[in-house]
Design a protein around this ligand. Structure first.
Ligand code: NAD
Length: 350
């Protein structure tokens, strides 16, 4: 089975090759992201393997289907970039890696919190410049302060455990409470969480109902000088609204690993170019904003797990077996794209 891999980074290629060694998967690696101008790279492939910023809207799915692509493997947990109902209509199964390392993302969340609170990003540069003044580096103890966690799934629960170790009070918000988290903190309504937390950290998925969950109104609920952390998905936050709240001085600090319009920026070196995104450029000017470029997942452990699960997902589909990591309705029915031959006449064998 030929599988076009989009947005390939050298670091993950090694692991994908290693885990696919004894499988029937033949990778065709591309560093390009999947978008209308690059979709033709999937021609002659029966599967594609994509990452967080690859676009899978209806028109791209139609083109992939016309090229003979019969399954899509996501190398990530979130699937907000895929028009799932259209993939269902085309009968294309979509599989993902639901949990490669919640610890990687939770630990990065705390790296951001500790850095922005204790101004490590400023201190690093100052010390290298032989400036040992402390002015402007004042932080606060995390111990005894309240952390609000929005979304207490795999990553949010890890964040709760780490926060518990720091001696923080923990408020939680999730439509489906977790027993483990109930022992660490208290579930409250979102408004109560926002108005009582010194630090708010977002760990819910992006959907129509969570898009711009953090907006002008919700930011106004937060206490003055609170810290907002987002390592989940950029569009959970209305960035222009956050900029206004930072300008007014109400929001104490912002630390993000994800950004609404990150697809044109992240995972590539733009250091020789003029940034065209004025909203992002404005964010970079604030001394109390810390940004990393979607690297929270980026640990050796997570990369190995992503490659291992991706190969297992594709191998199940290839064998015509249901895949436990499928998302969407089409994925619930094994579409017989493996050795048993096609179930639908339009489907080719992988
Ligand atoms: P998960 O599915 O285990 O947990 C998500 C939780 O959010 C669930 O408990 C769900 O009930 C809850 N939720 C849904 N709607 C909500 C709402 N309106 N308010 C509050 N909670 C809500 O997912 P996870 O593995 O913990 O991942 C969380 C998110 O982290 C993913 O959706 C993904 O976008 C993001 N992520 C980011 C990176 C990164 O590198 N920055 C890596 C992996 C995942």
């Amino acid at each position: 089975m030929k599988c076009a891999v989009f947005s390939t980074r050298p670091d993950e290629r090694r692991y994908l090759e290693q885990y696919a060694r004894d499988s029937q998967i033949e990778w065709v690696f591309h560093s390009e992201t999947l978008h209308p101008r690059t979709v033709s790279l999937a021609r002659d492939c029966q599967a594609i393997c994509v990452f967080v910023n690859d676009q899978l809207n209806a028109s791209i799915l139609d083109q992939l289907h016309a090229y003979g692509v019969r399954c899509i493997a996501l190398r990530c947990a979130g699937f907000n970039q895929v028009d799932l109902s259209h993939a269902d209509r085309l009968g294309i199964p979509v599989v993902r890696v639901p949990a490669y390392s919640p610890h990687a993302v939770a630990e990065h969340t705390f790296a951001l919190l500790l850095a922005i609170n204790r101004k490590i990003h400023k201190a690093y540069n100052r010390v290298r410049d032989s400036n040992f003044a402390l002015e402007g580096l004042l932080g606060f103890d995390l111990h005894g302060k309240t952390l609000g966690i929005v979304g207490t799934g795999k990553i949010g629960s890890c964040v709760a455990r780490i926060a518990h170790g720091f001696g923080m009070n923990i408020l939680l918000h999730d439509p489906i409470p977790s027993k483990e988290c109930e022992a660490l903190g208290r579930y409250v309504a979102l408004d109560a969480l926002l108005s009582q937390s010194k630090v708010v950290s977002l760990h819910c998925p992006l959907s129509d109902s969570t898009r711009h969950l953090i907006c002008t109104q919700s930011l106004a609920l937060m206490p003055p000088k609170a810290i907002l952390i987002n390592t989940s998905r950029g569009a959970l936050v209305d960035t222009p609204a956050v900029i206004q709240t930072l300008k007014s001085g109400h929001l104490g600090a912002l630390a993000i690993d994800v950004y609404e319009e990150e697809a044109d920026l992240f995972f590539a070196d733009h250091s020789g170019e003029v940034l065209q995104d004025d909203v992002f450029s404005r964010l970079l000017t604030f001394p109390n904003v810390l940004i990393t470029g979607h690297q929270a997942f980026f640990t050796e452990d997570a990369l190995q797990e992503i490659a291992k699960v991706t190969v297992a997902n594709l191998s199940s589909l290839l064998a015509g077996q249901p895949c436990k990591n499928a998302v969407g309705k089409a994925s619930l029915v094994p579409t017989a794209i493996g050795h048993n031959g096609p179930r639908h006449s339009s489907q080719t064998e992988l």
